[in-house]
Ligand binder design. Sequence first.
Ligand code: SF4
Ligand code: SF4
Length: 298
Amino acid sequence: MLSKKVFKIAIASGKGGVGKSMISSSLSLLFSKERKVVAVDCDVDAPNLDIWLGGVNWDKIIPVTDSLKAKIDYRKCDRCGICAEKCRFGAIKMINGKPVINPFLCEGCGLCEAVCPKKAIKMVPVQNGEIKMKKISRNLVLISGGLFPGESGSGKIVDRIKTEADKTEADIEIIDSAPGTGCPVVSSLKGVDFSVLVTEPTLSGFSDLKRVMKVVNYFDIPWRLVINKWDINQTISKRIENWASKISAKNRKDIVLGKISFDKKIFQAISNLKPVIKTNLPAKKEILKIFSDLKNII
Ligand code: SF4
Ligand code: SF4
């Protein structure tokens, strides 16, 4: 499969904080020793792949203006107050007899523009996020992005980030998906060739794994499983493995790609901006095994 012109691997999890970015960054660094790679941070509500890759100073920042907000032309406004009365989001308040828009509350629905008798309100595009790029090494480019606080449209910005990633013409795209099963996850998983699902042995981790698996299966994406911090709860870990072995038996392939042990030193390494595979921690060896097995599968 790796012979495809561009091979896209999404690292996904139903739950946040299970180790997706650790695996995405490690696979990006490892694949980039052999191929041209773009690491794509689609976790737009909490992007941090740059930190797992050792911290970066961005080469390029592209503004994203996908949002519309209401703007009042006070020269036309006669202070009738209809807009404030009609706005269902409470985004317009009459202050000292004058309508004032709170941009954090404005959802861009356009109702005020439609009801204003003086045509004093226009919907205008505003910057709601940005896309950032960094060439980390000869073979590795990082593309990240995010929405500004209070802004909506995370699925749209994921699409924009992925379009920028496609322009790099890398051989391999490693997509660090948003957690959960909502719009940004669906956008992250669209068009990928393979997915590594990451979970941890907690009840919520296990339950969210099953939810994200449904999305992956919906798109008919081949996938394998990594259990991170497997030793923090060996009972639940065993339960996940038993569940996985039933799926493995049904599909006649082992779906557990690997397990990674819990190690507080991983967080120390990251706080020193040292990628895990550049340490000598036990997790490095476990990730190298995952990388090698993954290459045999794809
Ligand atoms: S509806 Fe139009 S004219 Fe009336 S207060 Fe609002 S902006 Fe001004
Ligand atoms: S665009 Fe909609 S949400 Fe924004 S101020 Fe106008 S009515 Fe309120």
